[in-house]
Design a protein around this ligand. Structure first.
Ligand code: XMP
Length: 479
Protein backbone atom coordinates (compact mmCIF):
# COMPACT_ATOMS: atom_id res chain seq x y z
CA UNK A 1 0.00 0.00 0.00
CA UNK A 2 1.09 3.55 -0.69
CA UNK A 3 -0.42 6.56 1.06
CA UNK A 4 0.22 10.07 -0.29
CA UNK A 5 1.04 12.53 2.46
CA UNK A 6 -0.45 15.51 0.62
CA UNK A 7 -4.24 15.61 0.52
CA UNK A 8 -6.00 15.83 -2.83
CA UNK A 9 -7.68 19.18 -3.32
CA UNK A 10 -10.71 20.32 -5.18
CA UNK A 11 -12.04 23.71 -6.23
CA UNK A 12 -13.62 24.64 -2.90
CA UNK A 13 -10.42 23.81 -1.00
CA UNK A 14 -8.51 26.70 -2.57
CA UNK A 15 -8.63 30.30 -3.69
CA UNK A 16 -6.50 32.07 -6.28
CA UNK A 17 -4.33 34.84 -4.82
CA UNK A 18 -4.85 38.29 -6.42
CA UNK A 19 -1.75 39.52 -8.30
CA UNK A 20 -0.49 42.84 -9.55
CA UNK A 21 -2.43 43.61 -12.71
CA UNK A 22 -2.21 46.23 -15.43
CA UNK A 23 -5.51 45.11 -16.94
CA UNK A 24 -8.06 47.91 -16.76
CA UNK A 25 -10.96 46.18 -18.46
CA UNK A 26 -12.12 42.60 -18.83
CA UNK A 27 -12.25 43.19 -22.57
CA UNK A 28 -8.42 43.23 -22.61
CA UNK A 29 -8.45 39.56 -21.59
CA UNK A 30 -8.13 36.96 -24.34
CA UNK A 31 -9.86 33.69 -23.39
CA UNK A 32 -8.94 31.87 -26.59
CA UNK A 33 -7.36 28.47 -26.20
CA UNK A 34 -6.51 25.19 -27.86
CA UNK A 35 -8.96 22.32 -27.92
CA UNK A 36 -6.27 20.23 -29.61
CA UNK A 37 -3.20 21.56 -31.41
CA UNK A 38 -4.56 23.23 -34.53
CA UNK A 39 -8.12 23.84 -33.32
CA UNK A 40 -8.61 27.06 -31.42
CA UNK A 41 -11.65 28.05 -29.39
CA UNK A 42 -12.57 31.64 -28.56
CA UNK A 43 -13.83 30.50 -25.13
CA UNK A 44 -12.41 27.51 -23.23
CA UNK A 45 -15.73 25.75 -22.78
CA UNK A 46 -16.93 22.39 -24.06
CA UNK A 47 -20.38 20.91 -23.52
CA UNK A 48 -20.29 17.42 -22.11
CA UNK A 49 -21.01 14.34 -24.21
CA UNK A 50 -23.98 13.37 -22.07
CA UNK A 51 -27.40 12.54 -23.48
CA UNK A 52 -29.01 15.22 -21.31
CA UNK A 53 -26.48 17.83 -22.40
CA UNK A 54 -25.21 17.67 -25.98
CA UNK A 55 -27.04 16.88 -29.18
CA UNK A 56 -27.08 19.07 -32.30
CA UNK A 57 -28.83 22.13 -30.80
CA UNK A 58 -26.35 22.43 -27.94
CA UNK A 59 -23.40 21.81 -30.27
CA UNK A 60 -24.61 24.57 -32.60
CA UNK A 61 -25.07 27.05 -29.74
CA UNK A 62 -21.68 26.18 -28.24
CA UNK A 63 -19.79 26.60 -31.51
CA UNK A 64 -21.62 29.85 -32.32
CA UNK A 65 -20.17 31.55 -29.25
CA UNK A 66 -16.70 30.10 -29.73
CA UNK A 67 -16.78 26.90 -27.67
CA UNK A 68 -17.59 23.43 -28.92
CA UNK A 69 -20.04 20.63 -28.17
CA UNK A 70 -19.34 16.91 -28.17
CA UNK A 71 -22.31 14.88 -29.40
CA UNK A 72 -22.89 11.96 -27.04
CA UNK A 73 -22.69 8.35 -28.23
CA UNK A 74 -25.77 6.89 -26.59
CA UNK A 75 -27.69 6.77 -29.85
CA UNK A 76 -27.38 4.82 -33.07
CA UNK A 77 -24.47 5.58 -35.38
CA UNK A 78 -26.91 6.98 -37.96
CA UNK A 79 -28.51 9.34 -35.47
CA UNK A 80 -25.15 10.59 -34.24
CA UNK A 81 -24.03 11.23 -37.83
CA UNK A 82 -27.30 13.06 -38.52
CA UNK A 83 -26.67 15.27 -35.51
CA UNK A 84 -23.20 16.07 -36.89
CA UNK A 85 -24.72 16.91 -40.27
CA UNK A 86 -27.24 19.20 -38.62
CA UNK A 87 -24.42 21.15 -36.97
CA UNK A 88 -22.37 21.27 -40.17
CA UNK A 89 -25.31 22.47 -42.22
CA UNK A 90 -26.53 24.96 -39.63
CA UNK A 91 -24.26 27.82 -40.45
CA UNK A 92 -22.09 27.79 -43.46
CA UNK A 93 -21.57 30.17 -46.25
CA UNK A 94 -21.99 27.35 -48.80
CA UNK A 95 -24.23 24.35 -48.17
CA UNK A 96 -22.20 21.78 -50.06
CA UNK A 97 -24.75 18.99 -50.20
CA UNK A 98 -28.12 20.69 -50.19
CA UNK A 99 -31.12 18.46 -49.65
CA UNK A 100 -32.65 17.57 -53.00
CA UNK A 101 -35.98 16.13 -54.06
CA UNK A 102 -37.29 14.86 -57.38
CA UNK A 103 -39.82 16.89 -59.39
CA UNK A 104 -42.54 14.32 -58.65
CA UNK A 105 -42.16 14.50 -54.88
CA UNK A 106 -45.54 15.55 -53.49
CA UNK A 107 -45.82 18.85 -51.64
CA UNK A 108 -46.90 16.88 -48.58
CA UNK A 109 -43.69 14.83 -48.64
CA UNK A 110 -41.60 17.92 -49.34
CA UNK A 111 -43.16 19.70 -46.37
CA UNK A 112 -42.37 16.71 -44.14
CA UNK A 113 -38.71 16.83 -45.27
CA UNK A 114 -38.59 20.57 -44.55
CA UNK A 115 -39.99 20.07 -41.07
CA UNK A 116 -37.67 17.17 -40.28
CA UNK A 117 -34.53 18.90 -41.52
CA UNK A 118 -35.61 22.38 -40.38
CA UNK A 119 -34.79 23.70 -43.84
CA UNK A 120 -37.02 26.16 -45.66
CA UNK A 121 -36.07 25.39 -49.26
CA UNK A 122 -35.36 22.21 -51.24
CA UNK A 123 -33.44 21.93 -54.47
CA UNK A 124 -35.33 20.00 -57.16
CA UNK A 125 -33.10 17.85 -59.36
CA UNK A 126 -33.40 15.11 -61.97
CA UNK A 127 -31.84 11.67 -61.62
CA UNK A 128 -28.46 13.02 -62.81
CA UNK A 129 -28.45 15.72 -60.13
CA UNK A 130 -29.17 18.52 -62.62
CA UNK A 131 -31.02 21.57 -61.34
CA UNK A 132 -34.73 21.70 -62.26
CA UNK A 133 -36.01 24.24 -59.76
CA UNK A 134 -36.29 25.42 -56.17
CA UNK A 135 -39.16 24.65 -53.81
CA UNK A 136 -39.57 26.78 -50.68
CA UNK A 137 -42.00 26.53 -47.79
CA UNK A 138 -43.68 29.66 -49.15
CA UNK A 139 -44.45 27.84 -52.43
CA UNK A 140 -46.23 25.13 -50.44
CA UNK A 141 -48.01 27.37 -47.96
CA UNK A 142 -51.10 28.23 -49.98
CA UNK A 143 -50.96 25.48 -52.60
CA UNK A 144 -54.56 24.22 -53.07
CA UNK A 145 -53.62 20.54 -53.17
CA UNK A 146 -50.75 19.08 -51.13
CA UNK A 147 -50.67 16.01 -53.39
CA UNK A 148 -49.42 18.16 -56.29
CA UNK A 149 -45.88 17.35 -57.41
CA UNK A 150 -43.07 19.77 -56.54
CA UNK A 151 -42.65 20.72 -60.21
CA UNK A 152 -46.16 22.19 -60.25
CA UNK A 153 -45.34 25.01 -57.83
CA UNK A 154 -41.54 25.29 -57.70
CA UNK A 155 -39.61 28.19 -59.20
CA UNK A 156 -38.33 26.58 -62.41
CA UNK A 157 -34.67 26.62 -63.46
CA UNK A 158 -35.39 29.16 -66.19
CA UNK A 159 -36.43 31.73 -63.55
CA UNK A 160 -33.59 31.02 -61.10
CA UNK A 161 -30.48 33.08 -60.61
CA UNK A 162 -27.54 30.68 -60.22
CA UNK A 163 -23.78 30.88 -59.67
CA UNK A 164 -20.81 28.55 -59.83
CA UNK A 165 -19.11 26.77 -56.92
CA UNK A 166 -16.25 29.30 -56.83
CA UNK A 167 -18.63 32.12 -55.87
CA UNK A 168 -17.02 34.19 -53.10
CA UNK A 169 -18.86 35.51 -50.07
CA UNK A 170 -18.87 39.17 -51.22
CA UNK A 171 -20.07 38.15 -54.70
CA UNK A 172 -22.85 35.99 -53.28
CA UNK A 173 -23.94 38.83 -51.03
CA UNK A 174 -24.19 41.22 -53.93
CA UNK A 175 -26.07 38.76 -56.13
CA UNK A 176 -28.60 37.93 -53.41
CA UNK A 177 -29.17 41.63 -52.80
CA UNK A 178 -29.29 42.62 -56.48
CA UNK A 179 -32.02 40.13 -57.33
CA UNK A 180 -33.72 40.35 -53.89
CA UNK A 181 -33.51 36.59 -53.53
CA UNK A 182 -32.78 34.40 -50.53
CA UNK A 183 -31.25 31.35 -52.16
CA UNK A 184 -28.55 31.00 -54.78
CA UNK A 185 -28.01 27.48 -56.22
CA UNK A 186 -24.49 26.71 -57.43
CA UNK A 187 -24.19 24.63 -60.61
CA UNK A 188 -21.41 23.38 -62.88
CA UNK A 189 -21.26 23.65 -66.68
CA UNK A 190 -23.59 20.65 -67.05
CA UNK A 191 -26.13 22.28 -64.71
CA UNK A 192 -25.36 19.74 -61.96
CA UNK A 193 -25.96 21.09 -58.45
CA UNK A 194 -22.71 21.88 -56.62
CA UNK A 195 -24.10 23.67 -53.60
CA UNK A 196 -26.42 26.35 -52.30
CA UNK A 197 -25.86 29.77 -50.74
CA UNK A 198 -28.60 31.25 -48.58
CA UNK A 199 -29.11 34.81 -47.31
CA UNK A 200 -29.90 33.40 -43.88
CA UNK A 201 -26.51 31.72 -43.62
CA UNK A 202 -24.71 34.90 -44.60
CA UNK A 203 -26.62 36.84 -41.93
CA UNK A 204 -25.77 34.18 -39.34
CA UNK A 205 -22.08 34.53 -40.18
CA UNK A 206 -22.19 38.16 -39.06
CA UNK A 207 -24.09 37.37 -35.87
CA UNK A 208 -21.36 35.11 -34.53
CA UNK A 209 -17.97 36.68 -35.20
CA UNK A 210 -16.19 34.38 -32.71
CA UNK A 211 -17.81 31.13 -33.82
CA UNK A 212 -15.67 27.99 -33.91
CA UNK A 213 -15.45 27.24 -37.62
CA UNK A 214 -13.67 24.77 -39.86
CA UNK A 215 -11.70 25.81 -42.93
CA UNK A 216 -14.90 25.72 -45.00
CA UNK A 217 -16.73 28.09 -42.68
CA UNK A 218 -18.89 25.41 -41.06
CA UNK A 219 -19.35 25.17 -37.29
CA UNK A 220 -17.06 22.66 -35.66
CA UNK A 221 -18.37 19.71 -33.67
CA UNK A 222 -16.93 16.71 -31.86
CA UNK A 223 -18.34 13.23 -31.38
CA UNK A 224 -17.91 10.82 -28.52
CA UNK A 225 -17.07 7.21 -29.27
CA UNK A 226 -16.42 4.15 -27.13
CA UNK A 227 -13.78 1.45 -27.30
CA UNK A 228 -15.61 -1.39 -29.06
CA UNK A 229 -14.95 -2.73 -32.55
CA UNK A 230 -18.17 -1.03 -33.75
CA UNK A 231 -16.81 2.33 -32.63
CA UNK A 232 -14.48 2.41 -35.66
CA UNK A 233 -17.63 2.40 -37.80
CA UNK A 234 -19.13 5.08 -35.56
CA UNK A 235 -16.00 7.19 -35.98
CA UNK A 236 -15.87 6.70 -39.74
CA UNK A 237 -19.56 7.51 -40.27
CA UNK A 238 -19.40 10.62 -38.11
CA UNK A 239 -16.22 11.79 -39.84
CA UNK A 240 -17.91 11.35 -43.22
CA UNK A 241 -20.74 13.50 -41.85
CA UNK A 242 -18.16 16.20 -41.05
CA UNK A 243 -17.13 15.66 -37.41
CA UNK A 244 -13.97 17.59 -36.53
CA UNK A 245 -12.80 15.73 -33.45
CA UNK A 246 -13.19 12.23 -32.04
CA UNK A 247 -13.50 11.93 -28.27
CA UNK A 248 -12.74 8.46 -26.94
CA UNK A 249 -14.71 8.62 -23.76
CA UNK A 250 -14.71 5.92 -21.12
CA UNK A 251 -15.00 6.10 -17.36
CA UNK A 252 -11.51 4.68 -16.77
CA UNK A 253 -9.45 5.98 -19.67
CA UNK A 254 -6.08 4.86 -18.33
CA UNK A 255 -6.74 1.36 -19.61
CA UNK A 256 -5.21 -0.93 -22.22
CA UNK A 257 -8.32 -0.96 -24.42
CA UNK A 258 -8.53 2.86 -24.47
CA UNK A 259 -4.85 3.18 -25.34
CA UNK A 260 -5.28 0.60 -28.12
CA UNK A 261 -8.36 2.40 -29.39
CA UNK A 262 -6.49 5.71 -29.58
CA UNK A 263 -3.62 4.01 -31.41
CA UNK A 264 -6.06 2.30 -33.79
CA UNK A 265 -7.87 5.54 -34.56
CA UNK A 266 -4.63 7.40 -35.22
CA UNK A 267 -3.58 4.59 -37.59
CA UNK A 268 -6.87 4.60 -39.45
CA UNK A 269 -7.48 8.37 -39.48
CA UNK A 270 -4.02 9.92 -39.08
CA UNK A 271 -5.12 13.50 -39.71
CA UNK A 272 -8.11 13.47 -37.35
CA UNK A 273 -7.67 14.95 -33.87
CA UNK A 274 -8.40 12.45 -31.11
CA UNK A 275 -9.21 13.43 -27.53
CA UNK A 276 -9.05 10.61 -24.98
CA UNK A 277 -10.04 10.09 -21.37
CA UNK A 278 -10.96 10.17 -18.64
CA UNK A 279 -7.87 9.95 -16.49
CA UNK A 280 -6.82 11.52 -13.20
CA UNK A 281 -3.04 11.06 -13.15
CA UNK A 282 0.02 12.26 -15.03
CA UNK A 283 0.77 8.61 -15.92
CA UNK A 284 -2.64 8.40 -17.62
CA UNK A 285 -1.88 11.54 -19.64
CA UNK A 286 1.51 10.18 -20.69
CA UNK A 287 0.17 6.81 -21.82
CA UNK A 288 -2.67 8.31 -23.84
CA UNK A 289 -0.37 10.96 -25.33
CA UNK A 290 2.12 8.29 -26.31
CA UNK A 291 -0.67 6.38 -28.07
CA UNK A 292 -1.36 9.53 -30.09
CA UNK A 293 -4.03 11.44 -28.13
CA UNK A 294 -4.10 15.11 -29.15
CA UNK A 295 -5.75 16.20 -25.89
CA UNK A 296 -6.63 14.39 -22.69
CA UNK A 297 -9.80 14.65 -20.66
CA UNK A 298 -9.25 14.68 -16.90
CA UNK A 299 -11.79 13.86 -14.20
CA UNK A 300 -12.62 10.64 -12.39
CA UNK A 301 -15.54 10.80 -10.04
CA UNK A 302 -15.81 14.58 -10.08
CA UNK A 303 -19.07 14.89 -12.04
CA UNK A 304 -22.24 16.23 -10.42
CA UNK A 305 -24.22 13.06 -11.17
CA UNK A 306 -21.36 10.71 -10.53
CA UNK A 307 -21.18 8.16 -7.74
CA UNK A 308 -17.96 6.43 -8.85
CA UNK A 309 -16.11 7.53 -5.73
CA UNK A 310 -18.90 6.23 -3.50
CA UNK A 311 -19.36 2.96 -5.36
CA UNK A 312 -15.70 2.14 -6.07
CA UNK A 313 -13.69 4.28 -3.66
CA UNK A 314 -11.64 5.62 -6.60
CA UNK A 315 -10.97 9.12 -7.86
CA UNK A 316 -8.74 12.14 -7.42
CA UNK A 317 -10.13 15.49 -6.26
CA UNK A 318 -10.38 17.57 -9.40
CA UNK A 319 -7.98 20.45 -8.72
CA UNK A 320 -5.14 18.07 -7.83
CA UNK A 321 -5.97 15.87 -10.83
CA UNK A 322 -5.94 18.81 -13.21
CA UNK A 323 -2.74 20.35 -11.88
CA UNK A 324 -0.81 17.04 -11.99
CA UNK A 325 -2.16 16.11 -15.41
CA UNK A 326 -1.51 19.61 -16.76
CA UNK A 327 2.12 19.44 -15.71
CA UNK A 328 2.52 16.36 -17.89
CA UNK A 329 0.30 17.79 -20.62
CA UNK A 330 2.27 21.03 -20.89
CA UNK A 331 5.53 19.11 -21.08
CA UNK A 332 4.14 16.92 -23.88
CA UNK A 333 2.25 19.67 -25.71
CA UNK A 334 -1.08 17.92 -25.05
CA UNK A 335 -3.93 20.20 -23.92
CA UNK A 336 -5.85 19.14 -20.81
CA UNK A 337 -9.64 19.26 -20.57
CA UNK A 338 -10.94 19.54 -17.00
CA UNK A 339 -14.14 17.47 -17.01
CA UNK A 340 -16.63 17.40 -14.16
CA UNK A 341 -17.25 19.13 -10.87
CA UNK A 342 -17.54 22.69 -12.14
CA UNK A 343 -20.46 24.45 -10.43
CA UNK A 344 -19.69 28.13 -10.82
CA UNK A 345 -17.57 30.48 -12.90
CA UNK A 346 -14.93 30.68 -10.14
CA UNK A 347 -14.37 26.92 -10.60
CA UNK A 348 -13.67 27.56 -14.30
CA UNK A 349 -10.99 30.10 -13.29
CA UNK A 350 -9.49 27.59 -10.86
CA UNK A 351 -9.47 24.73 -13.41
CA UNK A 352 -7.85 26.89 -16.08
CA UNK A 353 -5.47 28.48 -13.56
CA UNK A 354 -4.42 24.96 -12.52
CA UNK A 355 -3.31 24.30 -16.10
CA UNK A 356 -6.33 23.09 -18.07
CA UNK A 357 -6.74 24.49 -21.57
CA UNK A 358 -10.50 23.97 -21.55
CA UNK A 359 -13.27 22.84 -19.22
CA UNK A 360 -16.11 20.46 -19.97
CA UNK A 361 -19.45 21.27 -18.39
CA UNK A 362 -22.38 18.97 -17.72
CA UNK A 363 -24.76 20.11 -14.99
CA UNK A 364 -24.10 23.82 -15.59
CA UNK A 365 -25.46 23.48 -19.14
CA UNK A 366 -28.07 20.74 -18.62
CA UNK A 367 -30.73 23.24 -17.52
CA UNK A 368 -30.54 25.37 -20.66
CA UNK A 369 -32.92 25.52 -23.62
CA UNK A 370 -30.44 23.82 -25.92
CA UNK A 371 -29.96 20.64 -23.88
CA UNK A 372 -32.08 17.67 -25.02
CA UNK A 373 -35.49 17.22 -23.41
CA UNK A 374 -38.15 19.62 -22.22
CA UNK A 375 -38.34 21.40 -18.87
CA UNK A 376 -40.48 19.72 -16.20
CA UNK A 377 -42.22 21.26 -13.21
CA UNK A 378 -40.95 20.07 -9.86
CA UNK A 379 -42.05 21.72 -6.58
CA UNK A 380 -43.54 24.52 -8.64
CA UNK A 381 -40.22 25.29 -10.35
CA UNK A 382 -39.06 24.64 -13.90
CA UNK A 383 -36.34 22.00 -14.01
CA UNK A 384 -34.52 19.90 -16.57
CA UNK A 385 -33.29 16.38 -16.21
CA UNK A 386 -29.65 15.36 -16.10
CA UNK A 387 -28.47 11.79 -15.79
CA UNK A 388 -25.13 10.10 -15.43
CA UNK A 389 -24.13 8.09 -18.45
CA UNK A 390 -23.40 5.21 -16.10
CA UNK A 391 -26.76 5.54 -14.33
CA UNK A 392 -29.21 2.66 -14.36
CA UNK A 393 -31.63 4.26 -16.83
CA UNK A 394 -28.81 5.24 -19.18
CA UNK A 395 -27.66 1.60 -19.13
CA UNK A 396 -31.19 0.43 -19.94
CA UNK A 397 -31.42 2.83 -22.88
CA UNK A 398 -28.00 1.90 -24.15
CA UNK A 399 -28.94 -1.76 -24.16
CA UNK A 400 -32.00 -0.92 -26.24
CA UNK A 401 -29.87 0.97 -28.79
CA UNK A 402 -26.93 -1.37 -29.09
CA UNK A 403 -28.13 -4.85 -28.29
CA UNK A 404 -25.43 -6.67 -30.20
CA UNK A 405 -22.43 -4.88 -28.74
CA UNK A 406 -23.02 -4.64 -25.07
CA UNK A 407 -25.06 -7.53 -23.77
CA UNK A 408 -25.80 -6.48 -20.24
CA UNK A 409 -26.55 -8.93 -17.51
CA UNK A 410 -28.86 -6.87 -15.27
CA UNK A 411 -27.85 -8.70 -12.15
CA UNK A 412 -24.33 -7.47 -12.84
CA UNK A 413 -25.12 -3.79 -13.41
CA UNK A 414 -23.60 -1.53 -10.77
CA UNK A 415 -24.57 2.06 -11.60
CA UNK A 416 -21.92 4.74 -11.18
CA UNK A 417 -24.21 7.65 -11.90
CA UNK A 418 -27.60 8.99 -10.88
CA UNK A 419 -30.57 10.73 -12.49
CA UNK A 420 -31.34 14.20 -11.18
CA UNK A 421 -32.86 17.57 -12.00
CA UNK A 422 -31.24 20.98 -12.33
CA UNK A 423 -32.97 24.39 -12.42
CA UNK A 424 -34.13 25.55 -15.86
CA UNK A 425 -31.71 28.27 -16.95
CA UNK A 426 -32.89 29.72 -20.29
CA UNK A 427 -30.65 30.09 -23.34
CA UNK A 428 -27.17 28.64 -23.08
CA UNK A 429 -25.70 31.81 -24.64
CA UNK A 430 -26.74 33.81 -21.54
CA UNK A 431 -25.27 31.20 -19.25
CA UNK A 432 -21.96 31.17 -21.14
CA UNK A 433 -21.83 34.95 -21.05
CA UNK A 434 -21.90 34.83 -17.23
CA UNK A 435 -19.35 32.03 -17.02
CA UNK A 436 -16.90 33.65 -19.43
CA UNK A 437 -17.43 37.04 -17.73
CA UNK A 438 -16.36 35.42 -14.45
CA UNK A 439 -13.30 33.88 -16.09
CA UNK A 440 -12.27 37.18 -17.71
CA UNK A 441 -12.56 38.91 -14.37
CA UNK A 442 -10.60 36.10 -12.74
CA UNK A 443 -7.81 36.39 -15.28
CA UNK A 444 -7.62 40.12 -14.67
CA UNK A 445 -7.15 39.47 -10.90
CA UNK A 446 -4.18 37.31 -11.90
CA UNK A 447 -2.80 40.03 -14.18
CA UNK A 448 -3.09 37.56 -17.07
CA UNK A 449 -4.10 38.65 -20.56
CA UNK A 450 -3.99 35.15 -22.03
CA UNK A 451 -4.54 31.64 -20.77
CA UNK A 452 -0.82 30.69 -20.93
CA UNK A 453 -0.08 33.82 -18.85
CA UNK A 454 -2.75 32.72 -16.40
CA UNK A 455 -1.02 29.33 -16.04
CA UNK A 456 2.19 31.16 -15.14
CA UNK A 457 0.63 33.65 -12.74
CA UNK A 458 -1.88 31.44 -10.96
CA UNK A 459 -1.04 30.93 -7.31
CA UNK A 460 -3.40 28.96 -5.12
CA UNK A 461 -3.90 29.13 -1.39
CA UNK A 462 -5.49 26.33 0.58
CA UNK A 463 -8.33 27.59 2.73
CA UNK A 464 -10.01 26.32 5.86
CA UNK A 465 -13.72 25.67 6.32
CA UNK A 466 -13.94 29.15 7.88
CA UNK A 467 -12.27 30.58 4.76
CA UNK A 468 -14.74 28.71 2.61
CA UNK A 469 -17.63 30.07 4.63
CA UNK A 470 -16.26 33.60 4.31
CA UNK A 471 -16.01 33.09 0.53
CA UNK A 472 -19.77 32.68 0.17
CA UNK A 473 -22.53 35.14 0.98
CA UNK A 474 -22.76 35.20 4.79
CA UNK A 475 -24.54 36.83 7.69
CA UNK A 476 -27.21 38.39 5.48
CA UNK A 477 -30.63 37.34 4.23
CA UNK A 478 -30.35 37.27 0.46
CA UNK A 479 -33.36 38.86 -1.26
P1 XMP B 1 -20.62 17.95 -14.25
O1 XMP B 1 -20.14 18.08 -12.83
O2 XMP B 1 -20.18 19.09 -15.11
O3 XMP B 1 -19.87 16.65 -14.79
O4 XMP B 1 -22.09 17.71 -14.34
C1 XMP B 1 -20.07 16.17 -16.10
C2 XMP B 1 -19.16 15.00 -16.32
O5 XMP B 1 -19.49 13.89 -15.47
C3 XMP B 1 -19.03 12.68 -16.07
N1 XMP B 1 -20.11 11.70 -16.04
C4 XMP B 1 -20.16 10.65 -15.21
N2 XMP B 1 -19.27 10.23 -14.31
N3 XMP B 1 -20.73 8.44 -13.76
C5 XMP B 1 -19.55 9.08 -13.61
O6 XMP B 1 -18.72 8.63 -12.82
C6 XMP B 1 -21.68 8.81 -14.66
O7 XMP B 1 -22.75 8.21 -14.79
C7 XMP B 1 -21.36 9.98 -15.43
N4 XMP B 1 -22.02 10.62 -16.42
C8 XMP B 1 -21.23 11.67 -16.77
C9 XMP B 1 -18.62 13.02 -17.49
O8 XMP B 1 -17.22 13.06 -17.54
C10 XMP B 1 -19.26 14.38 -17.71
O9 XMP B 1 -18.63 15.16 -18.69
Amino acid sequence: MKLHSQPGLTFDDVLLIPKHSSIRSRSEVDTSTELVPGIRLHIPIISSNMDTVTEADMAIAMAQVGGIGIIHRFMTIEKQAQAVQKVKRSESFIVESPITISPVTSLKEAKAIMVETEIGGLVVTDAEGCLLGLLTSRDILLAPDKQLPAEAVMTPRSDLVVATADETLPEARLTLHKYRIEKLPLVDKENRVQGLITAQDIIKLQEHPHATKDERGRLRVGVAIGVHASDYKRAETCLEAGADVLVVDVAHGHAKHTIEMVRGLKDKFPTVPVVAGNVATAAGVRDLAEAGADAVKVGVGSGSICITRIVTGFGVPQLTAVSECAEAGHELGVPIISDGGIRKSGDVSKAIGAGASTVMLGSMLAGTDESPGAAVIRDGQQKKIIRGMASLTANVDRKAIDKSEEEIDWGEVVPEGVEAVVPYRGPVGDMLHQIVGGLRSGMSYAGARTIPEFWKNAEFLRITSAGKQESGVHDVDVL
